[in-house]
Write a protein that binds this ligand. Structure first.
Ligand SMILES: O=C(O)CCC(=O)C(=O)O
Length: 314
């Protein structure tokens, strides 16, 4: 469901107005664990991010690429966890769709239609992605959600190419980006229309209040990555009170290009395979709390770059 209200603008900056969420938006967020904000990016910005994405894809050199596929670990396959992935936190790297390859391992799609995602440091290394990430407006949004020192720790373009763009199974972002206590929030910007046909997001509404973060996705001592039980806090406030097992129902949220979806780290969400002939490019980045007692540890698959995670604003 779209919450159509515009951001509440403050007059602190002429060039980049800050944007607190309105009471109606906050109410939707608190009830459902996500928020859809149409027209958050104007057409010119969307078009410049898309052309930057196309130019990154065309500059991808297959000769010296390890052909790492992005696997979410379904159907008995290992989750992606090679060195190319583990050291991508301060680089721009390309991860392929599993279905872009023949059974014998040959790439059978043009590279522009074979990449699953590009990550994970666009927010520092690409000026156009940096400017839509590290800014006062995004800082104001997360400050209205209670953040004190919000830091961006990863960013990516998810391409979901036509016909083969893989499904993303139900998950909680705090499984992958764990802080003690959990604090992750995702920003997801549609760069093209996301529809049921090309794999828009779906949410188990309200699951952020009942679904504990039971697992963490970590670097394994023997190498690679895997899921381990979470022995820390399972909800953001550190109180494990809301646990409730239930069969979840998912609500699809179609989103026009330029729409922002904000995602709570505990909310269960997913997207289906793109079986259509249209791509579904989106840009997403994640924010964690870094102030005071919030802790980010060395078990996380993603480790901070040498200067630490990026401040959302000065
Ligand atoms: O864009 C998608 O299909 C999934 C994105 C997602 O679930 C995430 O970034 O947490």
């Amino acid at each position: 469901m779209e919450v159509q209200l515009p951001f509440a603008r403050s007059s602190t900056s002429r060039t980049e107005p800050s944007a607190r969420l309105t009471p109606t938006q906050l109410d939707f967020w608190n009830t459902n664990g996500y928020l859809v904000i149409p027209n958050a990016l104007d057409k010119a910005t969307v078009s410049s991010l898309l052309s930057e994405t196309h130019s990154m894809l065309s500059s991808l050199d297959l000769q010296d690429h390890p052909m790492t596929k992005f696997s979410t670990g379904q159907n008995g396959r290992a989750h992606v966890g090679d060195d190319y992935f583990l050291t991508s936190g301060d680089k721009i790297r390309f991860f392929f769709e599993e279905d872009a390859f023949s059974p014998s391992g040959t790439l059978q799609k043009p590279k522009e239609r074979a990449v699953n995602k590009i990550g994970h440091y666009l927010h520092e290394l690409s000026p156009s992605f940096k400017s839509v990430t590290l800014n006062e407006r995004n800082a104001s949004i997360v400050k209205s959600l209670g953040f004190r020192d919000p830091r961006c720790l990863q960013s990516m373009v998810i391409c979901k190419p036509p016909e083969i763009g893989a499904a993303v199974p139900p998950h909680q972002d705090s499984t992958f980006l764990y802080t003690e206590p959990p604090s992750a929030v995702g920003f997801w910007y549609a760069l093209e229309d996301a529809t049921k046909e090309n794999g828009c997001l779906s949410f188990a509404r309200g699951s952020h209040k009942r679904a504990p973060v039971r697992q963490r996705f970590v670097r394994l001592p023997e190498g690679g990555t895997g899921f381990v039980p979470n022995d820390g806090s399972k909800f953001p406030d550190g109180h494990d009170g809301g646990e409730e097992e239930m069969e979840e129902e998912y609500t699809a949220e179609e989103a026009k290009a330029g729409t922002l979806v904000i995602i709570h780290g505990n909310v269960l969400h997913k997207s289906e395979k793109n079986t259509s002939n249209k791509s579904r490019f989106i840009y997403t980045f994640h924010v964690i709390e870094q102030s005071g007692s919030s802790r980010y540890d060395e078990k996380n698959w993603l480790q901070p770059p040498k200067d630490g995670f990026s401040r959302l604003s000065m």
